[in-house]
Design a protein around this ligand. Structure first.
Ligand SMILES: Nc1ncnc2c1ncn2[C@@H]1O[C@H](COP(=O)(O)OP(=O)(O)OP(=O)(O)O)[C@@H](O)[C@H]1O
Length: 292
């Protein structure tokens, strides 16, 4: 099958006066890990809920595994894995009982024991849900999302609230699932997470895609140039944006006739690029003054 996993054209969603999604386009290929990155309120969750078929859209075209989620039936649902936050399973059930129970909803589920091992909960399989830690609970949520052996897994902010070690373990789990052939779409507002996991990512701001591509390519395309900073004779901080920092430094060295106070050369990180794209960077701090 050559068709893409997800095709979205001109997606729109309005909540009263609020335009949550404002003409969003996305193409997600089969087999890739795709990150939807954006600040709070950018429209990520709304988009994912529409892809899941859990929210109606106001406009645009959406195809997920070749079907419109708004009208797709049960067979389609079993091919799309959804990870709910704190799936409402009875706290008295054990991990094994819960996974086995959810497996019965699907026509061709994975082996529950294998899925429990995949998410790293083998040691906990006889434990009741109420005794799991937050991170273990999220792993169980992922187990329930993949027990039906989905072709596509949709994760909305899967690692919010994780400590750094738990986050890294979770990334390993996503890579394992990806290696096993599952297409994965995840939303995050952690740039580090998008960079670590995503083959490609879309930066979303105000309901639109403002940049899209491989993380390294995004950085390269948007993050050329350097900023030279120093402190002037009157004590005021100065900066200059330049494609030729060496020349700028040489000019400064000549002007100061020696050491340039507080000299610093920085290149934009993906974070700078991201903050600029999403309009979160204070204009006053980004405006680069030309050196005189
Ligand atoms: N059920 C709703 N009713 C009204 N407004 C909503 C609803 N859900 C979301 N919104 C608004 O729509 C906009 C987009 O919200 P959405 O949750 O999709 O963004 P997000 O990118 O997922 O943000 P976050 O990272 O905070 O989860 C926001 O302004 C939000 O307040």
């Amino acid at each position: 099958m050559t068709q893409n996993a997800v095709e979205v054209r001109g997606l729109r969603k309005q909540y009263g006066e609020v335009t949550a999604v404002d003409g969003l386009d996305l193409t997600i290929r089969r087999g890739e890990v795709f990150g939807l990155l954006g600040p709070n309120g950018a429209g990520k969750s709304t988009t994912v809920e529409i892809l899941q078929g859990h929210r109606e859209r106001d406009g645009g075209e959406v195809l997920v595994l070749g079907a419109d989620p708004a009208t797709a039936g049960r067979a389609w649902r079993s091919r799309v894995g959804i990870v709910w936050q704190d799936e409402s399973a009875p706290a008295e059930l054990t991990v094994r009982e819960t996974v086995e129970h959810f497996a019965r909803y699907y026509p061709a589920p994975r082996d529950p024991a294998e899925v429990i091992a995949l998410v790293g909960l083998e040691d906990k399989r006889g434990h009741r849900l109420k005794s799991l830690s937050g991170g273990q609970r999220r792993r169980l949520d992922v187990a329930l999302g993949v027990i039906g052996d989905p072709e596509l897994l949709l994760l909305d902010e899967p690692t919010t609230g994780f400590d750094p070690a738990a986050r890294r373990q979770f990334w390993d789990l996503i890579r394992l699932l990806s290696d096993a052939g599952t297409t994965i779409v995840l939303t995050t507002h952690y740039l580090e997470e998008a960079e670590a996991l995503a083959d490609r990512l879309a930066v979303i701001a105000r309901g639109k895609v403002v940049a899209e591509g491989e993380p390294a390519a995004l950085r390269a395309r948007l993050g050329t140039g350097a900023t030279v900073e120093w402190t002037d004779r009157d004590g005021s901080p100065r900066s200059a944006a330049t494609e030729t920092p060496t020349r700028t430094v040489a000019e400064l060295a000549a002007r100061f006739d020696g050491e340039v106070p507080d000299l610093r050369i920085t290149r934009p990180t993906l974070e700078d690029v991201y903050l600029r794209l999403t309009g979160q960077l204070d204009r006053n701090t980004t405006r680069q003054e030309e050196s005189r």
